[in-house]
Design a protein around this ligand. Structure first.
Ligand code: KG4
Ligand code: ZN
Length: 346
């Protein structure tokens, strides 16, 4: 079986072609065209700009994906239908619909959050349930109980900003470029926390509350206040920026890890699964691994290959395969759903 999948939920245009032979997944191609340069200029993602870029990029990305896969005989098409930025989702959906019509193939709708989770299962099938999934990206911060592929319950989520969004916004305050997550990680890596000079202590909102929700907007305000309270020289100093980045990163990690471990223990899970753009963060990956190793040594820990953390077409194809290509909807009815919840409708 060969699946061609299209992903345009935010600012990356991704198309991948995946072959499944004897239950083994083989990546025939995986092309991602990033709009980072454009969004760097504006300091963030503007949905209508992103939509225009997707429209421009899709034909070229498709050609590259098909060429790289050496003109495969495709059986199914798949497309992200939500959650995401509505104008962007529609661009991918309309492109997929036109293609489905042209080559008369079934089209599978894919949930983007589920795709982030299933990005972990390219080399092996998901099999350890129940599992708790931490999905952290620019648009989402959710803890999800997974009883099987397709069976999910959202345990908690952010009440305001997503973790990635918080990195993007605080980076902007500090004068770092978009996307802020990798920039904050880069600066934080240059700081030794034993040698703090400014002793910045950011709040860790909701960390001790007995729920699985998060809140990151207060963090952004705290960074802004601290930044404004410093003199012009400090604000520009490398030491201050590095120390602040280190504290921002650690604050988010502390809250994410504590709540994930709480959910994992409360539901006696067999596995913890990490996913989403922020899952590319090395410190989060390492610290979560260490904590699970120490406190829940019998729990399996999955984290996606770093290159499959941020948005890509491959995870969309993988999700279409595991979730079930037989769930193909009548493609005339496929539409974008900006706030689609995992487990809903697909
Ligand atoms: O999953 P994704 O590509 O898009 C959404 O579905 O939102 O995630 C993008 C987010 C951005 O906020 C970006 O700053 C963050 O992931 N990100 C990171 C890293 N790489 C990307 N955050 C922290 N550390 C990273 N290395
Ligand atoms: Zn994403």
């Amino acid at each position: 079986m060969i699946i061609l999948a299209i992903e345009t939920s935010c600012d990356d245009t991704g198309i991948a072609i995946l072959e499944i032979r004897n239950s083994k997944l083989e990546i025939l191609s995986d092309i991602v065209s990033s709009q980072v340069k454009l969004h760097k200029k504006y300091g963030g993602v503007y949905p209508f700009l992103a939509k225009r870029e997707h429209q421009k990029n899709l034909p070229m990305v498709l050609k590259k994906a098909v060429d790289r896969a050496k003109n495969p005989k495709i059986d199914f098409l798949a497309v992200t239908v939500g959650p995401g930025l509505e104008p962007c989702l529609w661009t991918g959906i309309n492109f997929a619909l036109a293609l489905a019509k042209k080559i008369n193939l079934p089209l599978v709708p894919v949930n983007h959050v589920e795709a982030h989770i299933l990005a972990n299962f390219i080399n092996e099938r998901p099999k350890s349930f129940p599992a708790v999934c931490l999905v952290v990206s620019g648009g989402h911060t959710q803890l999800i109980l997974m009883k099987n592929v397709g069976k999910y319950k959202i345990l908690g989520e952010t009440r305001d900003d997503a973790a990635g969004e918080c990195f993007d916004k605080t980076a902007r305050i500090l004068g770092l470029v978009y996307p802020g997550g990798p920039e904050i990680a880069k600066e934080a890596a240059k700081h030794d926390r034993q040698k703090d000079k400014y002793h910045i202590e950011l709040p860790r909102p909701m960390i001790y509350q007995k729920n699985y929700d998060f809140s990151f907007s207060g963090l952004k305000t705290a960074v802004l206040y601290d930044f404004k309270s410093r003199g012009a020289k400090t604000r520009k100093s490398k030491e201050y920026i590095r120390e602040m980045c280190s504290e921002i990163q650690q604050t988010a990690i502390d809250v994410l890890i504590r709540k994930t471990l709480k959910a994992a223990k409360d539901f006696r899970v067999k596995a913890v699964i990490l996913g989403g753009g922020v899952a590319a963060n090395k410190e989060l990956r390492e610290q979560l691994k260490r904590k699970i190793g120490k406190e829940m040594p019998h729990t399996i820990y999955y984290m996606p290959d770093r290159k499959y953390c941020t948005d890509n077409g491959l995870m969309t194809a993988v999700a279409a395969y595991y979730h079930g290509t037989e769930k193909t909807k009548n493609w005339k009815k496929i539409e974008a759903s900006a706030n689609l919840k995992i487990g809903e409708y697909l």
